[in-house]
Design a protein around this ligand. Sequence first.
Ligand SMILES: *Cc1c(COP(=O)(O)O)cnc(C)c1O
Length: 373
Amino acid sequence: MPKMNPPKLQMVDLVTQYQKIKPEIDEAVHRVLDSGQYILGREVGEFEAAAASYLGTRYAVGCASGTDALLVAMMALGIGPGDEVITTPFTFVATTETIVFLGAKPLYVDIDPLTFNLNPGHIDAAITRKTKAILPVHLYGQSADMDPIIETAAKHGIPIIEDVAQAMGAEYKGKKVGGLGTVGCISFFPSKNLGAFGDAGMVVTNDAEVAGKARMIVVHGSKKRYYHEILGVNSRLDTLQAAILNVKLKHLENWHEARRSAARTYNRLFEGAGVVTPYEAPYARHIFHQYTLRVKSRDGVAQHLAAQKVPHAIYYPVPLHRQQAYVQVGSPQVSLPVTEQAASEVLSLPMHTELTEEQQQYIVAAVREALDR
Ligand SMILES: *Cc1c(COP(=O)(O)O)cnc(C)c1O
């Protein structure tokens, strides 16, 4: 092991980040507590407006989580039993869970080996009469290759749902993701790039009809209280979380830069180590929600890191078409070799806004040591 005292290491360091902006956050929280407006208080509308302006979309509708954002978006698009949604098997479970929850079927296509995102070249062949949406995920904080996806969707008249859970502020050809497709679904889970201090989410769109429906769906399908026009759920954005997110949004660009800088440091420290460092596509501004390596001997390296108490994670060890809950409902089992290989090789290292170069040296030394064993 490297001969340094182990620095305090975590996958994400939310507390140090909070300490740095504590007065602003505490003031916002106390303002809400004193106001008594705990449900749909003024901060919710303020944050929706600020987020829409940041992303360049016409509408933003807050909701209770990123998972609910996907659910609400699909409900607003009328996706239901018998429908198919083309998506990636290499993502967090929520992307597929919500499709299946609505009685629709996820149709998985393989990913791009460099970006880990939906491979646009496979989409056209997967479209059937039942296809009701294409659902790319901007995984690890990097945009999927949207132009060919938009072209295919337009050709068939199918909406695009962007899963922006890991990519709030990531760019594709200079434009923020989320407003590139029909509807974008954001998560403010605490460890996401813009994280609340609890669960929160948002649907963003330029489509007035989708926005109007989403606005109703999050409050039991109603515009006027106790008059229910469509099927809805209870999924409001919490006022306290909105107040916190309003403060944190102002820091988001600086935090993207901190992550991008930490990624450059990792890349430099890994030179010649025999691992594949993250690929940043020419069209992308990667915001490094995760810093994810590809390592041939991944499980051995992970074991060594665990023994040395170096935090690390595997996003995701089992692709969704192999998950017990979804084996029955997914595509008739096609082979998805690029996804399978990625699932066996990816290894994510600590990545957050408070990483120091000393911590990164320690982490990289531990990975190099594991590789040399
Ligand atoms: C985190 C995440 C979600 C779900 O967000 P929650 O706010 O945790 O419900 C959906 N999709 C992806 C890709 C995610 O990473």
